[in-house]
Design a protein around this ligand. Structure first.
Ligand code: HEC
Length: 387
């Protein structure tokens, strides 16, 4: 294990957040409506036990509950593991070889487990050098980095290289776009590990932070939501007027949060919000790498995707087809995927449009037998093809 040559200082100065509130309130027109659609991730209603956390990657979903972990592939149960019960979180992180994605879970006694072969969990805590140190959270930071939160310390792993950084008083660690961000009392600290530097935003009452896949940092107090404007300052994006905000998370480029009992999504500099979602007070959000959002509430798990808004009559590939691609096609159609056919962008879909219509709609030979495509997902593809 290597100590950083340049210690990160948490005392770098950062200016306090500022901004005129009036434009950033509901009354000032800061909120537009958000249409969401439920995704039927568990079509056979397989029992999972009271859900505590979830992690997914392409068509693989692992549900962590009080009863153990349930692994679903394309909506069908592929394995169950009841050895470990005290799960507190799940994540998908880069594997130590830097190529594979690892689906992992963290237990309340501070151990990190890797889902091997989609069937069983291996304790990999010692692989990261933490045989006797409790791990509190694990997150993918992008750029091949994994972020690990310990007590008063942050570690980063890339390949087999693990580096530890002091972070006294850290509450929460999250990352994206190669950056990590942690909440501290009245401050957010952003770590840029590749460049061995960090900077700090003072923000009284901050208790939530998220970083999207382009490295934009979002921070929130119970009442106000801010976005980073370079390294110098946090700019006010939304003032809820009351302590209503919680659950801020980034799912790739989509940043979600809860505003009271509504689900909200940040769209550039606007806030989009559901009307009448009536989420319970205990609702907790978990991001999906597809851009979808998971909601855990009362031990139950729901998945939502952003649905066609009023503004866009035709479904946009990025908003609607991309999550379907991620669930049903990505395991074979990424660049360099096993199929040899790259379908990871809207440009590729446009180019292969006729072949997609043939194979997915007419012949129904894609995805191949044994790989399910939910009816709702087939309809989304059909609507996109028909635009
Ligand atoms: C389990 C792997 C797998 C999954 C999942 C999968 N495919 Fe494929 N796909 C293949 C393979 C392998 C080929 C090449 C052989 C063939 O054409 O059957 C292929 C070929 C295709 C082709 C033909 C391309 C061409 O140039 O002729 C299309 C179109 C396609 N897939 C679309 C999709 C879509 C859309 C999805 C998701 C809804 C999907 N596939 C899911 C494995 C997969």
């Amino acid at each position: 294990m290597k100590r950083p040559a340049l210690a990160l200082t948490l005392l770098l100065s950062g200016s306090a957040a500022c901004g005129g509130p009036s434009l950033h309130t509901r009354a000032g027109g800061a909120v537009s409506s958000l249409e969401i659609a439920p995704v039927d991730w568990n079509p056979t209603h397989a029992a999972t036990g009271p859900v505590r956390a979830v992690a997914d990657e392409s068509e693989l979903v692992t549900v962590f509950s009080n009863a153990g972990a349930t692994v679903l592939v394309s909506g069908a149960v592929a394995a169950r593991d009841s050895k470990n019960r005290g799960w507190i979180s799940g994540a998908v992180i880069p594997g130590p070889d830097g190529v594979a994605e690892w689906l992992v879970g963290v237990t309340e006694d501070g151990r990190l487990y890797h889902l091997r072969g989609r069937t069983a969990f291996d304790d990999v805590t010692a692989r990261y050098g933490f045989a006797s140190t409790a791990i509190r959270a694990v997150t993918s930071l992008g750029a091949g980095f994994t972020g690990i939160m310990l007590k008063d310390e942050v570690a980063t792993a890339r390949g087999s290289e693990v580096t530890r950084w002091p972070a006294p008083g850290i509450h929460d660690l999250t990352g994206g776009g190669g950056l990590a961000a942690g909440t501290f009392v009245d401050a957010v600290v952003v770590f840029d590990f590749a460049h061995k530097t960090s900077w700090r935003f003072a923000l009284p009452g901050v208790n939530q932070v998220a970083v999207d896949d382009s490295g934009r940092v979002y921070a929130a107090t119970e009442r106000s939501l801010y976005v980073s404007d370079g390294r110098q300052r946090l700019a006010l994006l939304f003032d809820a007027g009351a302590p209503r905000l919680r659950g801020l998370v980034a799912a790739k480029s989509s940043v979600w949060l809860l505003d009271g009992d509504e689900l909200a999504l940040i769209d550039r500099d606007r806030l989009l919000e559901t009307r009448g979602a009536r989420l319970a007070a205990d609702a907790k959000l978990a991001p999906s790498p597809s851009g979808d959002i998971w909601v855990i509430s009362g031990g139950k798990l729901d998945r939502f995707t952003r649905a066609r808004g009023i503004e866009s009559a035709a479904p946009r590939w990025e908003n609607e087809v991309a999550p379907v691609f991620s669930r049903a096609c990505a395991s074979c159609h990424l660049p360099d995927g096993v199929s040899g056919v790259d379908l990871s962008t809207s440009a590729h879909w446009l180019e292969k449009r006729d072949r997609i219509r043939e194979r997915v709609m007419d012949e129904r030979s894609m995805p191949p037998r044994g790989h399910a495509l939910l009816d709702a997902d087939r309809e989304t593809i059909e609507r996109w093809l028909a635009r």
